[in-house]
Unconditional design. Structure first.
Length: 144
């Protein structure tokens, strides 16, 4: 009889330990202390031409998410970045394109940014360019 009580005791404690491990390592609970969890992508793109005029209807894509610039040349690209994406693409890769302008491809380390893009016309000798500004905690990344 004592043997059976020992087995029940051991089984209960084993299940409790297994349950505790599952809670700690699942989802974005405390498991994030041990492995990366989902994160948010938050990028603002402001597109202008060489004269400083906003360029609307520019297609901007970042890490599989895309947006189109509004009449102010502003686009917000955001979404959830899964851990497998972080391991595969540890950078924020930006691509902007619009007919009549040279496309831009650029990248920076994973983070939140405001990106000021200058799209050059297709007949320009200059390449399109971007200035990346990393956001600090609590800073708004709205287009000015």
């Amino acid at each position: 009889m004592a043997d059976r009580a020992d087995r029940v005791f051991l089984l209960r404690h084993s299940l409790a330990a297994l349950g505790a491990c599952a809670v700690l390592l699942s989802g974005c609970n405390l498991g994030c202390w041990f492995a990366p969890c989902d994160g948010e992508l938050d990028v603002r793109v402001l597109v202008k031409d060489p004269s400083g005029a906003p360029v609307p209807a520019v297609h901007a894509s970042v890490m599989g998410y895309s947006a189109e610039t509004d009449s102010r040349g502003c686009a917000k690209v955001s979404g959830i970045v899964h851990p497998d994406s972080i391991f595969r693409d540890p950078e924020v890769a930006l691509r902007t394109e619009r007919s009549g302008y040279k496309p831009l491809q650029d990248h920076k380390p994973l983070g939140a940014y405001r990106i000021d893009v200058t799209l050059e016309p297709t007949n320009s000798k200059n390449p399109s360019s971007a200035v990346w500004t990393a956001a600090t905690a609590g800073e708004s990344l709205e287009c000015d």
